[in-house]
Design a protein around this ligand. Structure first.
Ligand code: NAD
Length: 354
């Protein structure tokens, strides 16, 4: 059997493929455009493994999609491919519209045609799983209950608006055409192979390089955090047992202000790799101008996936963040290679001290 996974040279997709092939003999066809966020090095341990077929291409390329589906006959398609960085969506939203909305639409169209031509048994067994974010639900006040699957959509950034649009298209393809879809809306992930433009890897990498640790505004923006391998296990579980047409929120029951996250990373680094001058890493914290329209709080109510599908995160934040910091300390070559010239220019543009 085969599954087609899109965007799996990125952070979560790469972790998913590594996890999947560690516990299944099914072939994985990995379609990824290799944008700045795609990194084949994250999958280097699969070199020579015939179960992983990498194809460089765009989810918006209808002809490529049709031929891949016809050739590999997957039993499931899992869509990770997206432009995923909120800051980039504020500066250049166009790519987000193209990939997250138009790309998802083209993928759905190609899958609909493929699925429609399957025999009855394969048609019933087929699944299209769309990986999405809690950011589609908007921002919560401090005392509001966490997002359930019934929460209204109130996206606030071009990124979350484009993901919200893609979620609606996926929903519509089920209601209109009967396509057997599943959607997962997950909170902030962290873990190995995370591109160092996102909060946790940026802090680890900058701390090591003796650079400022940029914290937006007052650092009191609250997010729920989930170790990436727990997100991967949730996706596997939903794919295996989720009810077609339904949405599952995925979270770690772990709300924390960004500033606390930065302090946690600093104290772990103090313990695992102290600064040569013996001073604490938190001295490198530098407050920068807040992101425009920055959502104050996201929180996920993950009771549905736990009660209906029996999924729970395996890691606590304490155990997951320790593994993550250790992974970055153990993999300096991966970090050095992703920090290309274009990455450095982007970081310089972003985090002007203020
Ligand atoms: P990422 O930016 O690390 O990876 C995205 C991957 O998609 C990259 O490999 C990139 O090359 C590829 N890609 C981009 N445009 C493409 C296109 N047009 N065609 C084919 N491939 C393309 O993102 P991530 O953090 O791994 O997120 C994966 C998915 O999970 C996204 O849909 C994101 O919205 C969602 N998500 C992320 C988080 C998080 O905390 N990172 C949380 C919840 C949901």
């Amino acid at each position: 059997m085969t599954i087609l996974v899109t965007g799996a040279a990125g952070f979560i997709g790469a972790n998913f493929v590594l996890d999947w092939l560690a516990q299944s003999d099914e072939t994985v066809v990995n379609l990824d455009k290799l944008t700045y966020a795609g990194n084949q090095e994250s999958l280097a341990s699969l070199n020579g493994d015939a179960r992983h077929i990498f194809v460089q291409g765009d989810i918006g390329d209808s002809a490529l999609l049709a031929s891949l589906l016809a050739q590999h006959q997957p039993r499931a398609v899992i869509n990770f491919a997206a432009e995923s960085h909120v800051d980039r969506s504020i500066h250049s939203p166009e790519d987000f519209i193209q990939t997250n909305i138009v790309g998802t639409f083209r993928l759905l169209e190609a899958v609909r045609a493929y699925w429609g031509a399957l025999d009855a048994e394969a048609k019933t067994a087929f699944r299209f799983l769309h990986v999405s974010t809690d950011e589609v639900y908007g921002s919560l006040a401090k005392n509001e209950p966490a997002f359930t699957e019934e929460h209204r959509y109130e996206p606030n950034s071009p990124y979350s608006a484009s993901k919200a649009a893609s979620d609606h298209l996926v929903r519509a393809y089920h209601h209109t055409y009967g396509l057997p879809v599943l959607t997962t809306n997950c909170s902030n992930n962290y873990g190995p192979y995370h591109f160092p433009e996102k909060l946790i890897p940026l802090m680890i990498v900058n701390a090591q390089a003796g650079k400022p640790l940029p914290v937006y505004g007052d650092g009191q923006q609250i997010r729920d955090w989930l170790y990436v391998k727990d997100h991967c296990s949730a996706i596997r579980r939903v794919l295996e047992a989720g009810n077609v047409g339904e949405v599952y929120n995925v979270g770690g029951w772990n709300e924390m202000p960004n500033l606390d996250i930065v302090h946690k990373v600093c104290s772990l680094l103090d313990e695992l790799k102290p600064r040569l001058d013996g001073k604490p890493y938190k001295e490198q914290i530098s407050y920068v101008t807040d992101r425009p329209g920055h959502d104050r709080r996201y929180a996920i109510d993950a009771r549905k996936i736990e009660q209906q599908l029996g999924w729970k995160p395996a890691e606590t934040f304490e155990s997951g963040i320790r593994k993550t910091v250790q992974w970055y300390l153990d993999n300096p070559d991966w970090v050095a290679n992703v920090q290309s010239g274009s990455y450095r220019e982007w970081v310089a543009k972003q985090y002007s001290a203020g």
